[in-house]
Design a protein. Sequence first.
Length: 114
Amino acid sequence: MSKSIFSKIIDREIPSDIVYEDEQLIAFKDINPQAPVHILIVPKKEIPTINDLTEEDVNLIGRIILTAKKIAKQFNLSERGYRLVLNCNEEAGQTVFHIHCHLLGGRTFHWPPG
Ligand code: AMP
């Protein structure tokens, strides 16, 4: 399996604007932002889609959400609000097949999302 674009970012083969990194995760600014704050939180373990998650990944998924919370605070979004999005497969709009959580904030979002 060839490396995902996000693994290339993790391995510093392509540049990105990294805002957070630890042993398990990396977070960087989305190259095509859909809101004033648009950050992707990505596990270093390359998992193609949410469908591929197993019990083994429970802790990892928890870390992604807690890290999103931490980054939202850094960007002063905690009180205003923010949206977390995980797209799974084509109809949901997934384009990069290495799971990631979008953290979006800095503007009003609507529901249903459309
Ligand atoms: P998704 O559509 O949920 O798979 O989201 C993939 C996201 O990755 C999109 O919002 C893209 O703009 C973003 N993206 C793709 N390539 C890069 C890159 N090299 N650096 C930062 N973000 C990227």
